[in-house]
Design a protein around this ligand. Sequence first.
Ligand code: URA
Length: 431
Amino acid sequence: MTEPYDTVDLIRIKRDHGELSTAQIDWMIDAYTRGYIADEQMAAMSMAIFLNGMERQEIRDLTLAMIASGERMNFDSLPKRTVDKHSTGGVGDKITLPLAPLVASFGIAVPQLSGRGLGHTGGTLDKLESIPGWQASISNARMSAILAEVGAVICAAGAGLAPADGKLYSLRDITSTVESIPLIASSIMSKKIAEGTSALVLDVKFGSGAFLKDIEHSRELARTMVALGEDAGVATSALLTNMNVPLGLAIGNANEVRESIEVLAGGGPADVVELTVALAREMLALAGQPDADVAAALADGSAMDTWRAMICAQGGDPDAALPAARERHVVTAARSGVLVEQLALPFGVAAWRLGAGRARKQDPVQHAAGIDLHAKPGDAVYEGQPLFTLSADEPERFARALESLEGAYRIGDVGDEILTGGPLVVERIRA
Ligand code: URA
């Protein structure tokens, strides 16, 4: 087959701040997926895009080309509206767990194709796999059947969905080209659009524990993704949310499931409840139920009933005991005062070092490893009070986890400024 373009020419165009045409982008993604374009060439292209950016049309073309590289799911035959949610990832971010059954309890289908964690942000599938018997991989037919019966499915995305993104994302991971708005936006949206949802709510995070630290970049990412969704016919909105402080009190896998169940039982930490409710309202508004009483569904047990059905449908036992760690290490307050700072990123790194996350794709996670916080910024603490507990199966992991927590939290005096970086939900972005 004669190739219509030279890869080197296309790299040069982006290197020199030029714009690629639709045909050039279509060819580039197809040629990379079939192995004609080499990884080192695509790495150079990714770096050129990282440094010089892309025009709106190029980002749209890149997204559509990645969708076209694989299968496209379709839930049009379901007698329910479909709404999905995607979070750009953070520390203690277990919101999908209570959110999917909560929204499904209103008769909406929530098809959540999720991933496993890499680095300091955990993966939804890793968390759910701490429930005995629960299976992440199910067929498309089974997924449709559960959506029809239960309404909520959280499962592994098959390799057939946007395979070009899978290849490109692995390459970006090892070439320091992840934090690029055109590349992140096209990567996330190609998978979400290929998944076939009719509406989508994005939780775009900023702050110390987020991908993009400053709010301006996160806002631009959110706007870019909302425009991509709307262009593809998916009703899309985004909430910009604060990830300077860990979300909730649990960071890990099994402990995050436990905290999610508390929220479904009508309790749980205030910030987890606030974000779950805000995202549920947004999803239900896109699905035509702007007045749904979300708080009532948490209080009256209907969201919990859907959770139990969702876990059972994928082989899990919602009543089984969750795994417990073999070793614990409690860190106490060195003095009395007020907890004024608790930085998300070092706590995420510490949980990862305890075994809750993985350094390489093929590594297993330790489901019981993680951190339980006993105080949040603004809480009064007294000398000797437990501030947080580290859990791990191997006690030799504690030293490196504690190293990453040096300077990660601070006890001040009554009246000192509480450094949370502002409110949790900062802004809503719609087309
Ligand atoms: N998540 C994705 O799926 N892709 C990115 O590029 C970043 C986060």
